[in-house]
Design a protein around this ligand. Structure first.
Ligand code: RNT
Ligand code: ZN
Length: 429
């Protein structure tokens, strides 16, 4: 469709939405103000740059697939992120893991990392107009090899990881200070038992002690926020997870930390869309790890499916996006073009937010309070066929990014010129 037709389609859609009391221009303005934190780890299968060329896995994190073109260096990863962002409308954030440090080729222990090892990321983020979020890396490491970190029975190992956690909060704070927007530093640990434990309590007591030590130093919330992420199970930790949902809910409420809801970290019949409003009652904020579990915590690329739309509706209805809610993605698929995986997921997240922003929420609430559940159901069904796609296309046009699937040609071109020139990772130095 040419520009004139896209605008015409938008005008028609605008009229239709006005008919149900929705202002499409206002919705697009709101969409523009919602940053999504794009996870660096989709670009290289959660590898990082700690040891050049090393293949690090374990800790219940497993990227599967061997699609060619994975980023092998910081420069390559940044190039790939820039390419992805060039076809994603709006201004966003980058979510970085500690193992993506810029160590100048010299190995730095995780307890020794400092803001200077992330300065090149901060400088680059400034140029790209990106806010940043941060994560300590409690996996892919010899000291995490037996499945425990912050809740390890050995004090020396716990102390090592506590020192890493403390170092990471300092780095997060410095990133937030320099970029002028608070960094959310998210703690996720893989700790757990493969088989049924005799003691479920002690690891949790140790975890509480470790987390309290990490969080001992207060940091100005204008530059830094702490989040903690629960999980149900991991590969090799199927029977017991120290940092379970109840554990972290209690920790976050009692310590007034942000709780991270990862869509893949609950029982298959549980949905995080249902949890958002409850958590916001008692936690100072929320970090979303939007992901897609397929039979397990598989971290597939997010689809514009029912749950993604339900999550977006809850986020928008809460009115707390931009204040208490921090929105990030968390998936990693190594079986498809990794840059396209970012773009598909980011654009899907934004489409879901737009659909939610185009909901006549106040009207729906009135109907609900009137007890007219038949009309509520009917309206939900009617909303599904409203022309939100015209508003999305118009938004892409406004933001100067390709409309529809046109972006894919650009990514294929990039694959041909850049990604396919990269040697397989196993032979990279
Ligand atoms: C793991 C957690 C965690 C990680 C990232 C890489 O199950 O979801 O958030 O995916 O830290
Ligand atoms: Zn996660």
């Amino acid at each position: 469709m040419n520009e004139a037709s896209l605008k015409q389609a938008y005008e028609i859609a605008k009229e239709q939405y006005a008919g149900i009391g929705v202002d499409t221009d206002a919705a697009l303005k709101k969409l523009e103000a919602i940053p999504v934190s794009m996870h660096c780890w989709q670009g290289d299968d959660v590898g990082g740059f700690e040891t050049a060329g090393a293949e690090l896995s374990g800790g219940g994190i497993q990227a599967t697939g061997n699609y060619p073109g994975k980023a092998r260096t910081i420069a390559e990863l940044r190039g790939d992120i820039e390419k992805a962002l060039s076809v994603i409308p709006g201004r966003h954030r980058l979510n970085l893991h500690a193992c993506y440090l810029d160590n100048g080729g010299e190995f730095i222990d995780r307890t020794e990392i400092e803001p200077k090892h992330f300065q090149s990321w901060i400088d680059w983020a400034k140029v790209q107009h990106l806010g940043m979020d941060f994560n300590p890396t409690y996996f892919s490491h010899p000291k995490a090899a037996d499945g425990f970190t912050l809740s390890h029975p050995d004090k020396a190992i716990r102390d090592y990881w506590i020192a890493h956690g403390i170092a990471c909060r300092k780095i997060g704070a410095e990133i937030g200070r320099q970029l002028g927007t608070p960094t959310v530093t998210n703690t996720w640990i893989p700790d757990g038992y493969k088989d049924i434990p005799a003691d479920r309590t002690s690891p949790r007591e140790r975890l509480t002690d470790s987390l309290d030590k990490i969080h001992a130093e207060p940091i100005d919330p204008k530059i830094h926020l702490d989040a903690v992420e629960a999980k149900l199970f991991g590969i090799g930790a199927e029977s017991y997870t120290t940092g379970s949902a109840e554990y972290y809910m209690g920790y976050a409420v009692s310590r007034q930390k942000l709780l991270t809801l990862d869509a893949g970290h609950y029982h298959p019949t549980e949905f995080i869309s249902e949890k958002i409003s409850s958590v916001l009652m008692f936690c100072p904020g929320l970090l979303l790890h939007v992901s897609r579990p397929v039979r397990w915590d598989s971290d597939h690329v997010i689809l514009l499916d029912d749950e993604l739309q339900a999550i977006a509706r809850e986020l928008v209805r809460s009115g707390k996006l931009g204040s208490q809610i921090h929105l990030g993605l968390d998936y990693f698929d190594a079986s498809i073009n990794r840059v396209a995986a970012w773009v598909i997921g980011m654009r899907n997240m934004m489409k879901a937010l737009l659909i939610a922003l185009l909901e006549p929420t106040a009207r729906l609430r009135e109907i609900e309070l009137d007890g007219d559940y038949t009309r509520r159901l009917l309206m939900f069904e009617e909303l599904k066929s409203m022309p939100w796609t015209a508003a999305w296309d118009y938004y892409c046009l406004q933001k100067g990014v390709p409309v529809g699937a046109a972006w894919f040609a650009e990514i294929k071109q990039y694959e041909k010129q850049v990604l396919s020139q990269r040697s397989p990772v196993s032979t990279a130095a």
